[in-house]
Design a protein around this ligand. Structure first.
Ligand SMILES: [Mn+2]
Length: 627
């Protein structure tokens, strides 16, 4: 909890600031005043990136790395964002300042205030008192609340859209309206308000029916009566209170019950919507009500609240691995070929889960979420699979950008004892994965425990006459690595030296050189699979060569530095991009990459098992001069 003295001050501020604004507004009857008092801050560019993180942030870190690897260093920099560009991109700041929709005067808002245009706010040399407050903010929220509190809840953001998105007639005229459901639990005041105001400020009023805030039994005072009082001035905002803690999934369903608009949009409570975020989403649903659509999720830095974005060339789509963990990957070639511009909506095998729009009737038809799901996790994959398998389409819409604060841990308390995520995932696997569930169960030691009754969910799938998971994999996610389809597996041995390719493949082993060890025939760190698309991998780690050492890198599915061609006649492993061959050094102490020479015994490798019938005949398509 906040120290009492600070809490009282905060409460007073919370009440006093809107009142003061009201008085000032009435007195002046103009929006000239820019008297917002804000604590002094020093905006300094910041380019530090945290490495250790929870699953969501992990996805983000991998995203950053993948972009860096797949494209170029230059594009990596673009992803991080370039403040100068932002200002050029946003000439209309002044015009919008002080106005918040028809007839409502916004609080005074300093266009040069902290965090404006998505710039980072950094506190240099905080006093002891300030440091205490900063620490408390981190403890309560797992992001820098102190910095958030300094930033206007109406801050202007850069316009992250491609020009393509702004062309005349790009979107239909008669779009369906939406209600936006935002669930929260003890969300920080300024962050929650900024979420709400970014929706109110940047959604065409006729397309926004309501914002439904669902309080999942918060315990902190600031989101109780104060929030009610504050939101009374905004007739479009409705607050629903769960009587007891129900968890994110059930809180969303609770909010969904109040939706009157044809479309439901779900957002997290620590988001910021950017200019034009809503129309491209609703346009897709207007065209076809079985389109389920996600905005691009931009990263709001958890420490500085800097807004990071990049153009549509960097858009990623959702996938998953056999731990049933969501992950991001680059738009695959087969999808790219369907589009003439990178800003067009792209098919995504899965969604991250927190931010999306769906036609309410279609959501109901799909059986919303499994009501046996508890708290959090797995629901995004469930909705993704059944959307595709039961006649819908899931898309990322690059013209729609919503920022999200990615936290590295959950600040909330939950009862312990049950592995909720695993239980949800097992229910999901039982209902939707058919025989492929075995690959997930392999990962959890076939320890299913009590996952409850899934018969009603299976019945739902039958009634909807949904397609098979095989169909989904073949048509929607052909990039997914299916362990049973490996062309080769087991150890990769060099007979001349009796050494095998040997590395652990945990997170901490990524980005490190791949090792060698005498072949032991025990699997473990010597167990590899050669995928039909030419990756040498274990789990999500791939052998990767970028010109220096052969390292382990998260598999990105885009060939390039991770593409290997195994010739089982000469037993050579040729690297696709460099055309060099994997070899063992003359001293037998490390892996090297050399000019290919099939006479060289140091370049000969044997897979424990090799099944040439599983080689994908299309795998060499984009290979110019095949051997
Ligand atoms: Mn979130």
């Amino acid at each position: 909890m906040l120290p009492r003295r600070y809490r009282n001050t905060l409460l007073k501020l919370v009440v006093a600031i809107p009142l003061l604004w009201l008085v000032v507004t009435l007195l002046l009857h103009s929006s000239d005043s820019k008297s917002e008092s804000s604590q002094n801050s020093h905006n300094k560019h910041r380019d530090k990136h945290k490495q250790d993180a929870g699953p969501r942030a992990e996805a983000r870190v991998d995203l950053l790395h993948n972009s860096n690897r797949l494209d170029s260093k230059h594009e990596y920099d673009e992803l991080i964002g370039d403040e100068d560009d932002h200002e050029l991109d946003h000439p209309g700041v002044k015009a919008k300042d002080g106005v918040e929709g028809p007839g409502v005067l916004a609080p005074p808002h300093d266009p040069d205030g902290p965090g404006e245009l998505g710039k980072p706010v950094k506190i240099e040399n905080p006093s002891k008192d300030v440091k205490t407050k900063i620490d408390q903010g981190w403890q309560d929220n797992a992001f820098n609340q102190y910095v958030s509190d300094m930033i206007s809840v109406h801050r202007i953001l850069p316009d992250p859209r491609d020009d393509w998105c702004k062309a005349d007639g790009r979107y239909g005229r008669d779009l369906p309206a939406t209600s936006v459901v935002v669930c929260f639990h003890n969300e920080a005041w300024s962050v929650l308000l900024r979420t709400v105001h970014s929706i109110l400020d940047r959604s065409p009023p006729h397309l926004l029916d309501e914002i439904i805030l669902v309080d999942d039994a918060s315990t902190m005072d600031h989101v109780k009566a104060d929030l009610d009082t504050y939101m009374k001035q905004y007739p479009k905002v409705r607050i629903i209170r769960a009587p007891e803690r129900v968890g994110l999934i059930r809180a969303r369903l609770l909010g969904g019950q109040y939706v009157k608009a044809p479309v439901i949009t779900f957002l997290d409570s620590h988001c910021e919507c950017t200019e034009g975020w809503l129309e491209p989403l609703l346009d897709r649903i207007g065209r076809n009500n079985t389109n389920v659509v996600c905005p691009v999720i931009d990263v709001i830095d958890d420490d500085t609240l800097e807004y990071h974005y990049r153009d549509s060339g960097g858009v990623n789509v959702g996938g998953f691995d056999w731990n049933l963990q969501f992950n991001w990957h680059a738009v695959p070639d087969h999808e790219k070929k369907k589009h003439s511009h990178t800003a067009e909506p792209v098919a995504s095998p899965t969604m991250a889960g927190g931010l999306f729009s769906i036609d309410k009737a279609f959501f109901d038809r799909l059986g919303t979420y499994d009501d046996g799901f508890d708290i959090w996790g797995g629901e995004n994959l469930e909705l993704s699979f059944k959307t595709w398998m039961c006649g819908g389409t899931l898309e990322i819409v690059p013209c729609s950008h919503v920022g999200h604060i990615f936290r590295k841990r959950s600040p909330y308390k939950w009862r312990s004892g049950v592995n909720v995520l695993r239980r949800n995932s097992i229910r999901l696997a039982e209902v939707w994965l058919d025989d492929y569930k075995k690959y997930y169960y392999d990962r959890i030691g076939h320890d299913l425990g009590d996952f409850g009754d899934v018969s009603s969910r299976k019945k739902l799938r039958d009634n909807l006459e949904c397609k098979s998971f095989q169909w989904y994999l073949d048509n929607i996610y052909p990039e997914l690595f299916i362990p049973g389809e490996a062309v080769a597996n087991g150890d990769i041995g060099n007979e001349w030296s009796n050494q095998c390719v040997d590395s652990a493949a945990k997170r901490e082993d990524l980005h490190k050189s791949v090792g060698l060890w005498p072949c032991h025939n025990q699997g473990g760190n010597q167990y590899w699979m050669l995928s039909k698309t030419g990756e040498i991998r274990r789990d999500e780690s791939c052998l990767d060569y970028a010109g220096a050492d052969v390292i382990l890198y998260p598999c990105h599915g885009s060939k390039g530095n991770q593409y290997w061609q195994y010739d089982h006649y000469s037993n050579t492993l040729r690297h696709g991009a460099s055309r060099r061959c994997l070899a063992i050094s003359a001293k037998k102490d490390k892996l090297t990459m050399e000019e290919c020479n099939s006479e060289q015994p140091r370049q000969r490798w044997r897979f424990q098992t090799y099944n040439p019938s599983k080689v994908d005949k299309n795998a060499d398509d984009d290979d110019e001069e095949d051997s």
